[in-house]
Design a protein around this ligand. Sequence first.
Ligand SMILES: Nc1ncnc2c1ncn2[C@@H]1O[C@H](COP(=O)(O)OP(=O)(O)OP(=O)(O)O)[C@@H](O)[C@H]1O
Length: 227
Amino acid sequence: MEQLIQLREIKKIYRLKHHETCALDGINLNINRGELIAIMGPSGSGKSTLLNILGLIDSPSEGDFFLKGSSLQNIKNHKVHKTRNQTIGFVFQFFALLKDYSVLDNVALPLTYRKSTHKDRVAKAQLFIEKVGLKEHMYKKPDELSGGQQQRTAIARALVGDPELILADEPTGNLDRKTGEEIMNILQQLHEEGKTIIIVTHDLEVAKRCKRIIEIIDGKISKDQVQ
Ligand SMILES: Nc1ncnc2c1ncn2[C@@H]1O[C@H](COP(=O)(O)OP(=O)(O)OP(=O)(O)O)[C@@H](O)[C@H]1O
């Protein structure tokens, strides 16, 4: 299988005035294209830090990160920004939608800086809004939607730029069980269509639906199993 990401001896140390936290302590990880992975572990174990590094939101203190075989070590900031925009879609626990924007405008947002016409951007956003079953709600604002509908909007927004990798931080954490299952159905379907998806979760039901479960304890991978 084709490798998408390789992490080698990744460390992340947060240095505060009188205190240092080693949030990640020597992470080695290979992620292949098309995998569906759950990252689990106790609170404070380093899951979000790892997701932020995988998402190019944060950079490691030490170690090597290879994306599609190329090291990211000496890449300039604006290039990282571009790579992130083109490669990765994010889904968060609290949806992170713009409240004054409609579903349509929220979903179209990642396309703002692409070379395309407004008409094309709207058409593309509509396509993904339909894909997550929100056609009837396209012109509503986030606070006129249920939690599940808001998360669907966030998923459509994550998908609209056609990213290779979707990173989800507790995507069902703020939803009831049934709605959480519906969101997992969408993520599962995207996996079946070939997307690479990594989900940080505390929820065993979510993890059970992922082929590979990685457990982090104290900044180290304590378990990495395919089920
Ligand atoms: N910006 C920061 N500055 C300083 N320390 C931080 C920062 N972000 C995280 N940490 C520390 O790094 C460690 C790992 O945090 P992280 O958020 O990655 O854990 P987590 O496993 O995602 O936790 P949770 O399940 O509670 O979200 C913790 O000890 C945390 O306090």
